[in-house]
Ligand binder design. Structure first.
Ligand code: ATP
Ligand code: ZN
Length: 285
């Protein structure tokens, strides 16, 4: 069987989470330093280790079948690739920033000004959508120093916490693009490779769902089971097991991590005790 070829970042901000996703999917391989390829031992998948900027192009021209990149890179490169799945990690945004003392009211204030960026295509689309003409300066790194050396009035760069902007005397004024890691591919995969991709997607789904949910168990007085059942938005129906203590049961269910802190107080008020919340490794609905 021909393996499916997956392009991933060789080393950088995407690598660690990409590798842990692969591992959580139960796929193992040995990465030999200096080698650009590796084959999985237990799944028909071959890895290509590349610079992230090259991944969209390699997927578009079929050297790789699929790839994992930041959506910012996919959008900037403008290759013929599509998003197969959002992956939820490496979240960041591309933002416009200006020097702290720049009187900024709205994006019109940047008309006919110079803006330094490594993302000219994304920036141009954003400005075009707002009907703004500006002078885009393409620079490949250290974009955030451009205003202080007089190269540009504004910058458009990746922000995650904002501390780099702050330490360069800049303020963030506009979000241009929201990004996260995405799995990309092309529509024209062979039937054989598409079948492997579907298996891989099935595993990624199970891993992602498991991350969104927690297993929850608690002791409840029998008279409160109905009330507590209503509080918990469960998959199908909670599991209820009798405790050795007369009149009490152990109730097991699954909750969305995002809902958990809202629900917890209601559970306690309804009489739940000894509440345990446990991570789930895989979840198949
Ligand atoms: P390469 O050597 O592969 O070209 P790079 O230096 O261009 O790497 P990285 O800095 O490793 O790229 O970033 C890779 C991707 O991670 C970015 O395209 C973006 O999607 C995401 N990213 C970048 N900075 C951050 C950040 N501070 N927080 C979260 N995600 C980020
Ligand atoms: Zn890069």
């Amino acid at each position: 069987m021909n393996p499916l070829k997956l392009a991933i970042q060789k080393s950088g901000r995407l690598s660690e989470d990409t590798l842990s996703l692969v591992k959580d999917c139960g796929i193992s391989f040995t990465q030999t330093s200096g080698k650009l390829k590796a084959e999985a031992r237990n799944f028909p998948l071959e890895f290509l280790f590349l610079r992230d900027d090259d991944i969209p192009q390699y997927v578009a021209n079929g050297i790789a079948d699929i790839g994992i990149v930041g959506d910012n890179v996919r959008a900037e490169m403008n290759e013929n690739v599509e998003i197969i799945q959002k992956l939820g990690f490496s979240k960041c945004r591309l933002s416009l920033a200006v020097q702290r003392d720049f009187q900024y009211n709205n994006v019109q204030d940047l008309a006919h000004k110079s803006i330094a960026t490594s993302y000219p295509n994304i920036l141009k689309k954003f400005l075009d959508d707002q009907n703004i003409q500006a002078d885009i300066h393409v620079i490949s790194g250290s974009v955030e120093i451009a205003p202080s050396i007089g190269l540009a009035t504004a910058i458009c760069d990746i922000v995650s916490s904002g501390s780099t902007l702050l330490s360069n005397g800049l303020k963030e004024v506009e979000t241009v693009f929201k990004s996260e890691a995405v799995l990309i591919g092309t529509p024209h995969l062979s039937a054989e490779k598409n079948a492997i991709l579907q298996q891989l997607k099935f595993r990624i789904d199970a891993v992602q769902k498991a991350k969104d949910y927690k297993y929850i168990l608690m002791n409840v007085p029998n008279h409160a089971i109905d009330t507590i059942h209503k509080i918990l938005p469960v998959m199908k129906s909670p599991t209820i097991l009798p405790l050795a203590l007369e009149g009490w049961s152990s109730l097991h269910s699954v909750v969305r991590e995002d809902d958990f802190w809202q629900i917890i107080q209601h559970l306690k008020e309804a009489g739940a005790e000894g509440i345990l919340v446990i991570p789930i490794e895989k979840m198949i609905m």
